[in-house]
Design a protein around this ligand. Structure first.
Ligand SMILES: NC(=O)C[C@H](N)C(=O)O
Length: 336
């Protein structure tokens, strides 16, 4: 069988960092040289690969929608020349980028796997080699045509993954959707299916920064705070609510939400709980939100919800269409 070719878009993150007086910082050229010169990455069983090192390399806390666009456009340019794509990325906002890419790509017929590490390759006990090696191997030999995130021997659907551990190797989870694949002694497919080879033209949607507020509810929250989060130019508010989608029934707070919804702000209800879905029919406290025009985000992650809003608002659709599509399953990001 013909050896596969993998394109590695290296955007930054801990994986290629080195120590400095201020803490870890991205180190130009270090990762690229280390991987190119490593016997392990050049074994016969491994695919051919090219690494494109972005300039500047960034800590993923500095990622923005403009970077999502850069990565998506980069992959589009190389799409016909490679069999699969790996995006090397910092872990802090990795789930946002994976979610954003999942919405931006239409007709994806090749795997795009986002990965990184918790300890730099330059340090002892790094998880970088295992993560990158597996991501490349999976992209070449287990092509699942979607945007996924590989970490700690698990391949997750990108728009279902979320960072759950700040300093463990098991940094990511996918609380509402079992992994696409597990990498143990054998590679085991769980929710992923291997894609038949189809020649197709990749479409990339443009994404532009959107003014979106995220409101994390807590007992005693006052209406002033909520009002300030709904001020112009805010186009959408994501409410991180209690339990199955409940909020305090304070009349002034509900009135603010209703007024905002009536003037076209898209208000979405997500749960603060890591696992499970929103059901605004469960309690009167949730039903009150439904009655003032709040829509359900079901079991979406915050990352999926926020990037989906960016994607839909960038298309300049009618607000009603956006409300409708936010509740539809577009890329496997939610289950109703
Ligand atoms: N582990 C990491 O990659 C964290 C780093 N701050 C980043 O997100 O770029």
């Amino acid at each position: 069988m013909k050896k596969k070719r993998i394109y590695i878009a290296y955007t930054g993150g801990t994986i290629g960092m080195k120590k400095s007086a201020q803490g870890y910082i991205p180190a130009e050229g270090y990762l690229t040289q280390t991987v190119q010169n490593s016997a392990e990455f050049n074994r016969d069983e491994m695919p051919y690969f090219d690494i494109h090192e972005y300039s500047p390399l960034i800590d993923s806390s500095d990622m923005s929608p403009a970077h999502w666009q850069l990565i998506a456009d980069d992959i589009k340019t190389k799409y016909q020349d490679y069999d699969g794509f790996v995006v090397l990325h910092g872990t802090d906002t990795m789930a946002y980028t994976a979610s954003a890419l999942s919405f931006m790509f239409e007709n994806l017929t090749k795997p795009v796997i986002v990965t990184g590490s918790q300890i730099p390759l330059s340090q002892l006990r790094s998880d970088g080699q295992v993560n990158l090696l597996n991501a490349m191997f999976l992209a070449a030999n287990y092509p699942i045509a979607e945007v996924s995130l590989f970490f700690n021997n698990q391949l997750f659907r990108g728009n279902r993954a979320t960072k759950v551990h700040s300093d463990g190797f098991n940094a990511f989870g996918s609380p509402n959707f079992d992994p696409l694949a597990l990498s143990g002694i054998n590679i085991e497919l769980i929710n992923g299916s291997l894609s038949p080879f189809i020649e197709s033209e990749l479409e990339v949607s443009e994404i532009t920064p959107q003014p979106i507020s995220v409101l994390y509810l807590y007992p005693g929250i006052n209406t002033e705070i909520v009002r300030s989060m709904l001020n112009d130019p805010v186009k959408a508010l994501i409410i991180m609510s209690f339990g199955v989608g409940n909020a305090p029934q304070t009349p002034s707070l509900l009135a603010e939400l209703e007024a905002a919804s009536k003037r076209g702000v898209v208000i979405i209800n997500l749960t603060q709980c890591l696992k499970g879905s929103v059901n605004m029919g469960g309690y009167a406290t949730g039903n009150a939100l439904l009655n003032v025009g709040v829509i359900s985000g079901y079991d979406m992650t915050l990352e999926a919800c926020l990037t989906k809003l960016h994607y839909l608002f960038s298309k300049q659709l009618e607000v009603e269409t956006i409300r409708h599509l936010m509740q539809d399953n577009l890329r496997g990001e939610l289950e109703r």
